[in-house]
Design a protein around this ligand. Structure first.
Ligand SMILES: [Zn+2]
Length: 124
């Protein structure tokens, strides 16, 4: 599967720099302390300043969908991380027909066409 390169900008550069080192970063508000994903410069809950914190890379499938009307079927889904944040992601390295809601998953990284590392999840 070809993965298009994400547009890198000043707001997400630190996120993709960490991904290159195989770390998935979440946003955390310095004011209200809420975590969020994708990380933003401004807290989506209270508009406070934010920082990046590393996720452990474990979670469970909240929901998913399999794209079948393409040459190579693939799955996308929402994964709720152990930290409580829900992430829209690809579910990879598995038969899409074996994916189940609530199944445990772990973090993996896949290279995009430009070499950026993209966080995805696979059954644990
Ligand atoms: Zn906040």
């Amino acid at each position: 599967m070809k993965i298009p390169s994400p547009p890198i900008n000043p707001e997400n550069k630190a996120f993709f720099d960490a991904a290159r080192e195989r770390r998935l970063m979440l946003g955390r508000c310095k004011s209200c302390r809420e975590l969020h994903y994708y990380p933003r410069a401004v807290c989506p809950f209270c508009s406070g300043p934010t920082e990046l914190v590393a996720a452990k890379g474990r979670g469970k499938i909240y929901s998913y969908s399999v794209m079948r009307r393409v040459p190579e079927p693939y799955a996308i889904g929402y994964v709720t991380l152990d930290e409580g944040v829900t992430v829209l992601t690809n579910l990879v390295d598995c038969d899409p027909d074996t994916i189940r809601i609530d199944a445990p998953v772990r973090l993996v990284f896949k290279a995009a066409e430009g070499g950026e590392m993209i966080p995805m999840f696979t059954p644990a």
